[in-house]
Design a protein around this ligand. Structure first.
Ligand SMILES: *[C@@H]1O[C@H](CO)[C@@H](O)[C@H](O)[C@H]1NC(C)=O
Ligand SMILES: *[C@@H]1O[C@H](CO)[C@@H](O)[C@H](O)[C@H]1NC(C)=O
Ligand SMILES: *[C@@H]1O[C@H](CO)[C@@H](O)[C@H](O)[C@H]1NC(C)=O
Ligand SMILES: *[C@@H]1O[C@H](CO)[C@@H](O)[C@H](O)[C@H]1NC(C)=O
Ligand SMILES: *[C@@H]1O[C@H](CO)[C@@H](O)[C@H](O)[C@H]1NC(C)=O
Ligand SMILES: *[C@@H]1O[C@H](CO)[C@@H](O)[C@H](O)[C@H]1NC(C)=O
Ligand SMILES: *[C@@H]1O[C@H](CO)[C@@H](O)[C@H](O)[C@H]1NC(C)=O
Ligand SMILES: *[C@@H]1O[C@H](CO)[C@@H](O)[C@H](O)[C@H]1NC(C)=O
Ligand SMILES: *[C@@H]1O[C@H](CO)[C@@H](O)[C@H](O)[C@H]1NC(C)=O
Ligand SMILES: *[C@@H]1O[C@H](CO)[C@@H](O)[C@H](O)[C@H]1NC(C)=O
Ligand SMILES: *[C@@H]1O[C@H](CO)[C@@H](O)[C@H](O)[C@H]1NC(C)=O
Length: 358
């Protein structure tokens, strides 16, 4: 039985506008579907510091934290700037009244069972920079009006049930740097308008997307540090000719799995120091891996058309390393010719040192 209390401190009643106290009550009821006793008194008991609302502690990862700032505006009132209600099994909907928290900067409702869609009213929150709705049951199309959430820098809709196409309006989010749309049921192509953004983190894996990997990723997202695009059907893209040639491969941990990539892995990839992980599983990459290739912590090249021989360094494990530092590589299902000592009992040419399960 879910038993949630939001019990804001009541001692300092009077420091928050009454209208907000009422809005908070409504927010509580909508998030819990009115199923639980949900008492909202006062969210800000003192200026500034984190205030743990001590919601349900059934899950050790549960986090119900509210952060206030009482000197933010000149009206003498305290305003909520951050609201974390995570891992709380909240069963309700996203409350339109959230928009009354006009100074809200961070809203994190990850890992609940919230259904429905994102209220259009939220577009009025002029300070909302971080919106995390990861792992819920939100469904329907990703609304185009999200493009009016202009202050957003970070947006995660990961692991929901959003369907339809990615709205072109997301390209209007001028300050967006972090966009995560993975693990939904999105289809269609990545909209060209995303070229207007300057993303550092982008994940669109595990959907039903189609089309080519867009040129703009290499051309415009020059500060990219994380990239994950997987399972995208569509015409081949030749990695050797995507401009600028190797840009994607030098982001920290690129995952470009099963997206119909062809061409040769640029030689610089084997020599650079910066790359920790490379995942090009299930593409049509060809060519050889140089014998002096640097080993990466994670190197997944399974299911391609690479040939030549696998460098010795891929088989070695430094015994002095801790487990967490071990190199994991999977180069199975390619077209390598192997020295007999490396072939398994069936004489198969597959090399499978370690299969990384995500
Ligand atoms: C509250 O907001 C003011 C004005 O933006 C800022 O100077 C101050 O650092 C904030 N206080 C806290 C605790 O965040
Ligand atoms: C939250 O719980 C902790 C420990 O259980 C307690 O010390 C603290 O006073 C509680 N905070 C509130 C606001 O109830
Ligand atoms: C809840 O999350 C906030 C922001 O990440 C963090 O500062 C705080 O320590 C967390 N509280 C708990 C109880 O985990
Ligand atoms: C974008 O970020 C800049 C710098 O932080 C800020 O001045 C500007 O107001 C932001 N734009 C919007 C629409 O929030
Ligand atoms: C927000 O995005 C930035 C990249 O622009 C990233 O470094 C940061 O970790 C993100 N914040 C959170 C809380 O995910
Ligand atoms: C993109 O963002 C980075 C910081 O992440 C910044 O240094 C760079 O100037 C931005 N580029 C453009 C074209 O806005
Ligand atoms: C994926 O999209 C294709 C059309 O592009 C459609 O035929 C197929 O049913 C979709 N698959 C799923 C699992 O939604
Ligand atoms: C990959 O590209 C080829 C050639 O453009 C095409 O025939 C094939 O259907 C594509 N595969 C997928 C899974 O989209
Ligand atoms: C990819 O592009 C390179 C450089 O233009 C070319 O040599 C190679 O044949 C192309 N590979 C495929 C499969 O199209
Ligand atoms: C390796 O593959 C390339 C093209 O993918 C081909 O030209 C070359 O002959 C192959 N080498 C071997 C030893 O099979
Ligand atoms: C694998 O390499 C052999 C020659 O070593 C060649 O005959 C064969 O066509 C190649 N297979 C693929 C799928 O490239």
């Amino acid at each position: 039985m879910l038993w949630i209390w939001i019990y804001f401190d009541k001692i300092f009643r009077g420091c928050m506008i009454l209208e907000l106290v009422t809005a908070l009550k409504q927010i509580g009821e909508t998030l819990t579907q009115g199923r639980q006793p949900f008492e909202v008194g006062h969210a800000c008991n003192q200026p500034g510091p984190l205030h743990d609302m001590n919601l349900s502690k059934q899950d050790s990862d549960a986090n119900s934290t509210v952060m206030c700032n009482c000197t933010l505006s000149n009206d003498g009132y305290c305003h909520i700037t951050s609201l974390y209600l995570k891992w709380l099994s909240l069963p309700g909907k996203l409350p339109p009244e959230m928009a009354k928290l006009a100074y809200l900067e961070i809203l994190d409702l990850s890992r609940n069972y919230i259904s429905g869609n994102i209220p259009e009213e939220w577009a009025s929150m002029k300070h909302l920079t971080k919106l995390f709705l990861t792992s819920n049951r939100l469904s329907g199309n990703i609304p185009g009006y999200l493009g009016r959430f202009r202050s957003l820098t970070n947006l995660s809709l990961e692991a929901n049930q959003f369907s339809g196409t990615i709205p072109s309006q997301l390209g209007d989010l001028v300050n967006l740097t972090f966009l995560v749309l993975s693990s939904n049921q999105l289809e269609g192509t990545l909209p060209k308008t995303l070229a207007k953004l300057n993303l550092t983190h982008f994940r669109a894996s595990d959907n039903n997307l189609s089309g080519r990997i867009p040129d703009f990723i290499g051309k415009y997202w020059r500060n990219l540090v994380r990239l994950r695009i997987t399972d995208m059907s569509g015409p081949e893209s030749n990695l050797s000719t995507i401009p600028p040639r190797v840009n994607y491969l030098f982001v920290n941990c690129p995952v470009l799995r099963n997206i119909n990539l062809t061409g040769v892995i640029p030689t610089d990839v084997w020599t650079t120091d910066s790359l920790k992980m490379l995942d090009l599983t299930f593409n049509k990459m060809e060519g050889r891996i140089p014998q002096d290739a640097k080993t990466r912590e994670f190197m997944f090249l399974s299911g391609n058309k690479l040939n030549g021989s696998v460098p010795d360094s891929f088989f070695k494990t430094d015994k002095k390393m801790y487990v967490s530092e071990m190199y994991h590589s999977d180069v199975s299902y390619n077209n390598f010719s192997l020295p007999p000592s490396c072939q398994d009992h069936q004489g198969s040419k597959h090399v499978q040192e370690f299969i990384h399960q995500e």
